[in-house]
Design a protein around this ligand. Structure first.
Ligand code: NAD
Ligand code: ZN
Ligand code: ZN
Length: 384
């Protein structure tokens, strides 16, 4: 079948909305009609090249050609066809995307770490998780397509592995489900799970986009005493206060003396790093903002080839600090996407308020420009 999709043909280009060809699902696969797709910063890293493996490494990674790429990994939609052997969803079911697959059987899934599922390997390859062959190509006999995170929610339709869709109740607005599928889960889990924020903690969140605002929301829900949001943009700081921040600052430098004062010199228990791009030099203050025994969670994506960061290793050892990475807030999509949606249903988790602007697929570049300008907490593409 034909579908319209936002396609990227190389770095430093705009998304082009083009016609693509989608084959029917094979065994273990599902055709999804995506209804809503969030404009997460992670897709932007393909545009800037920060998340593009260097071409010299392609043969090692098994990549013949990365381009063209269909974007989008935050999304929700309706199952429109299932391949043989699919049991967890049926036609008509509403589903959340999951940019981390969960096969349920690998070493990581079977030990409660679905965010590390082995089926997530090969994310830059064109083939399906199921059998390595491709279901998507440019219309008119064009090249096969890579789907960002093997999802491609910037397409009206795409075929994905059953391992990457989570059935959700049909009464949830699909825009809200889309937000949970990446930004909300990642930010909230960075605070509640990976940082393990406890009642009374002092928490600093650096970078208030779709991820950081949910780290603020998670830290507040976990009972933090101080939730300190840092972002150079005033609108972001105002929004952070609405989502549970107790203090805001425009930079880590500005926050530093105040964090020292409000903690009587002890500094933060938890620092969560969620800037748009995690440049290595941000880690100097990022780690200094944490006190003795403090935890620094690295959620923001760094340029892939960056190997240097400015962490003071003497302080790291002597103050017994820890730095932890996280993918998907270290949550388990099959359990935690429905868990977060239930908190939303009960009025305990804000989702609707995260959406600053909605766009048609054709307006996707406007949406990403708004993200770069800092005028959106989250933009959402609503597929027509
Ligand atoms: N680890 C994961 O699983 C995961 C999942 C999704 C997204 N991410 C990453 O999280 C990061 C944030 O994504 P997003 O969608 O929220 O981005 P965003 O662009 O919506 O928000 C980023 C915010 O950081 C702010 N910022 C930039 N530099 C800053 C600095 N030095 N100090 C303070 N604030 C600063 C910006 O003003 C902006 O408000 C991205 O790198 C994204 O790729 C990681
Ligand atoms: Zn994302
Ligand atoms: Zn697995």
């Amino acid at each position: 079948m034909k579908s319209r999709a936002a396609v990227l043909h190389g770095t430093d280009q705009e998304w082009r909305v083009e016609e693509i060809e989608v084959d029917p699902p094979k065994a273990g696969e599902v055709l999804v009609e995506w209804k809503a797709a969030g404009l997460c910063h992670s897709d932007e890293h393909m545009v800037t090249g920060d998340m593009v493996p260097p071409q010299e490494a392609w043969p090692l990674l098994g990549i013949d050609d990365l381009w063209p790429v269909v974007g989008g990994h935050e999304g929700a939609g309706v199952v429109s066809e299932v391949g043989p052997g699919v049991t967890s969803v049926a036609v008509g079911d509403h589903v959340s995307a999951s940019f981390v697959p969960s096969c349920g059987r690998c070493r990581y899934c079977s030990t409660g770490r679905q965010n590390l599922c082995d089926a997530g390997a090969g994310a830059f390859l064109k083939g399906m998780i199921t059998d390595g062959t491709s279901r998507h190509r440019m219309a008119g006999g064009g090249p096969e397509l890579t789907l960002f995170a093997k999802l491609g929610t910037f397409s009206q339709y795409s075929v994905v592995s059953e391992d990457q869709v989570i059935k959700v109740d049909t009464d949830f607005p699909l825009e809200a489900v889309a937000l949970v599928s990446c930004g909300v889960a990642t930010g909230w889990g960075s605070a509640t799970n990976r940082a393990a924020v406890s009642p009374g903690d002092t928490v600093v969140v650096v970078g208030i986009g779709g991820i950081g605002i949910n780290a603020v929301q998670g830290a507040a829900m976990a009972g933090a005493r101080h939730v300190i949001a840092v972002d150079p943009i005033e609108f972001k700081r105002e929004k952070a206060m609405e989502f549970g921040a107790t203090h805001t600052f425009s930079s880590m430098e500005e926050a530093f003396p105040s964090v020292m004062e409000m903690t009587e010199g002890m500094m933060a228990d938890k620092v969560i790093m969620t800037p748009g791009v995690l440049y290595g030099d941000l880690m100097a203050l990022g780690t200094q903002l944490a006190g003795k025994g403090g935890t620094i969670v690295v959620t923001g994506v760094a340029p892939m080839t960056q190997t240097e960061s400015s962490v003071n290793l003497f302080e790291l050892a002597m103050w017994n600090k820890e730095i932890k990475g996280t993918i998907f807030g270290s949550l388990n999509p099959r359990a935690d996407i429905p868990r977060l949606l239930n908190l939303y249903r009960d009025g305990q988790l804000k989702l609707d308020e995260l959406i600053t602007n909605r766009y048609t697929l054709d307006e996707i570049n406007d949406g990403y420009q708004a993200m770069r300008d800092g005028s959106n907490i989250r933009g959402v593409v609503v597929h027509g």
